[in-house]
Design a protein around this ligand. Structure first.
Ligand code: HEC
Ligand code: HEC
Length: 203
């Protein structure tokens, strides 16, 4: 009787983990097989312009779902990612995002002194670069050159998001190195290979 109850609890726990962010992380792991080819390779670069392929391990699920939909619909223009995302269903996106978000414990430590220029950013991206809710991308541990490219793309209008376009418009070019240095040295994000190899956790 006791054993049976324990087994039921174990099954219940497995189901609730799999249903993380309304996505099935186990199915997501299978769907994400091809993604590791770029997102799993340390310091792999986008060509023209050259910048690091973003880390996705530990990234916020709702943000990733929105990003994948934007690539698929062409609202976020990137031919390679369009090709990756175009055939995904809504369920596929939720499952992939659940797998990449993983089950990282929330890291609340702030490393170093935040420069003045990030004071406005932390309202949404968190004091330590971990998005305050699943809609806000985590910047902690992201490649500095990718963060810089994203700010540039919001400024130029290549990336369109009313909230971030307004934020990026007032970021001074000379403040970008301090902003990217601060967020990239915080801890949270990792490569997709780390998420796969560490059972849903960044190291
Ligand atoms: C051939 C290389 C390549 C492959 C394979 C690839 N990606 Fe990407 N991915 C990129 C690049 C480069 C970017 C940055 C594009 C940009 O600047 O918008 C990116 C960006 C993303 C982003 C946005 C991240 C952010 O922080 O905004 C997501 C989400 C994403 N990829 C998911 C996936 C998924 C899911 C797969 C597998 C189905 C995949 N990618 C496969 C190269 C790749
Ligand atoms: C009011 C909330 C808010 C504030 C304040 C804010 N952001 Fe954002 N940020 C967002 C949202 C929402 C997104 C996702 C937009 C999208 O889907 O493209 C985002 C996306 C980003 C991205 C892209 C992340 C990725 O993975 O591609 C970067 C980089 C970024 N913000 C940097 C900053 C910086 C630097 C500041 C401060 C100068 C800042 N943000 C202030 C809400 C905010």
């Amino acid at each position: 009787m006791k054993l049976r109850l324990m087994m039921m609890l174990a099954v219940g726990f497995a189901l609730s983990t799999a249903a993380w962010a309304d996505g099935d992380a186990t199915r997501g792991k299978t769907l994400a097989y091809t993604c590791h080819g770029c997102h799993g390779i340390p310091n792999y670069k986008n060509v023209s312009p050259i910048y690091s392929v973003p880390k996705l391990g530990g990234q916020q699920a709702k943000y990733m779902i929105a990003a994948l939909k934007e690539y698929a619909d062409g609202d976020r223009v990137h031919p390679t990612m369009h090709a990756q995302a175009v055939s995904n269903s809504e369920q596929d996106r939720a499952d992939i995002a659940a797998f990449f978000q993983g089950s990282n414990p929330v890291n609340s430590q702030v490393i170093g002194t935040p420069p003045t220029a990030v004071q406005v950013c932390v309202a949404c991206h968190g004091n330590n670069g971990v998005g305050i809710s699943s809609r806000y991308p985590t910047l902690a541990g992201q490649h500095a050159d990718y963060i810089a490219q994203a700010i540039k793309d919001y400024k130029s209008g290549k990336r369109k998001n009313p909230t971030m376009s307004a934020q990026a418009a007032v970021v001074k070019d000379e403040d970008i190195p301090a902003i990217t240095a601060f967020f990239s040295k915080q801890k949270t994000l990792c490569s997709t290979d780390e998420i796969r190899d560490n059972d849903g956790k960044c190291k």
